[in-house]
Design a protein. Sequence first.
Length: 477
Amino acid sequence: MRYVFLLSLLAFNLSFAQIRVSPDQRYLITTDGRPFFWLGDTAWELFHRLTREEAEEFLEVRKQQGFNVIQAVALAEVNGLREPNRYGDLPLLEEDPTQLAVTPGANPANETEYDYWDHVDFIINRMAVKGMYVGLLPTWGDKVAHMWGDGPVVFNEANAEVYAATLATRYANYWNIIWILGGDRPGTYTFKVDGVEKEFDDRAIWRAMARGIESVVGKEALITYHPMGGTSSSAYFHADGWLDLNAFQSGHGARETEVWDWVMRDLNLKPLKPTIDMEPCYEDHPVNPWDGKWSRAERGYFSAYDVRARIYRSVFAGACGVTYGHHQVWQFLNTALYAPINIGDTVIGWKPALKAEAATQMQYLKKLMLARPFANRVSDPALIVNGAGKDYKDLAIALRDQAGSFALIYFPGKSNLTIDLDKLSGTTKNFTWFDPRTGKSFRITAKSSVGAVSFLPPTEKDWVLIVDDAAKNYKIP
């Protein structure tokens, strides 16, 4: 019991700051004003499929890799209401969201005490110990939406508000909670029921959940919404006061996704809110495996390069961060316990997949984004005056601060780009190549610090060019 008490104190420790939207309404900061770059990981089945020891192993690896938000689901996606967790516990009594299945005590050595929610508490506390936030989904969307999934649909407007308020009360004093509604579902949709197309509008239920959260913790809660692939929360809830930042899912259906347009579309809406790709292409996910036509030769898997090219361009287009994912980690694939879900022809297993190539490389993006002033950043296509490309294969993206003291330009491949240096401040500039694969940088000498100057990356694949006003004395990342 003393161990649980100490963990709770760590979760309540307000020396760690909660997250809020920055004054320019584009990014996130901590409540004490420090820049916060959201680097998430999708661990949807974390509470449902891992033991305490396994959760500790997972979280420690992700901490060492620089992740600061772990997205996990209280009522899990994969038969989360009817298949017990690893300790034999279910989350609800009689599948009623107003009745959490809780027992007195929380001693993990006593199975009559340690219930489903004690296990959720333990994992969230371990995140707090490691300085990490939980992107907490109260439920996966199949418990609300009449679409695909294990379900069952158990929510209505009344019990959704009660359930969300119950969770908010449980975690009201935790510093590391970020609320994520939705769970891979749209707010409105058309779906066949018994062979007949029907129109559904679930927004009242999701709004009830938001209302339940805010009834307990007020506007201090940071709330967003994780939608279905191909959509953004802005399509359903942008004007809602509870929605603090938009999220979209660029997903796993194609390499051709023009994620930069999605970011800029959200940022052009009024009122201005930050936006983030909360589920880009997962590393080692088969490309579009759902139509029965997938093959390794024809479509293959999303590679580490595919992940980087998607993620860097969303961030350089103005997103407030990004969420990485590995297809065998989110489901915590362990074939001794669970059947694989849409994995193509390759079993990796969640433990080896933790150290997949792109998973180890995401920390370099976070370090790069925090190595320059965070406020007042804007994507600026006009910086690239020649060679910018046009699609997912070759489009380069440029980001700068409004004062022009620095610029970051993502090159998706080895091609000449001409940069208009007069759009940046300073008559003398420093030029640095940054390698997204290793996080290493090196200075170069350009032909000029003014005018239109061409740059060619040192090797194939992707690079970032950093251009700094030399008078600012920014450090090499």
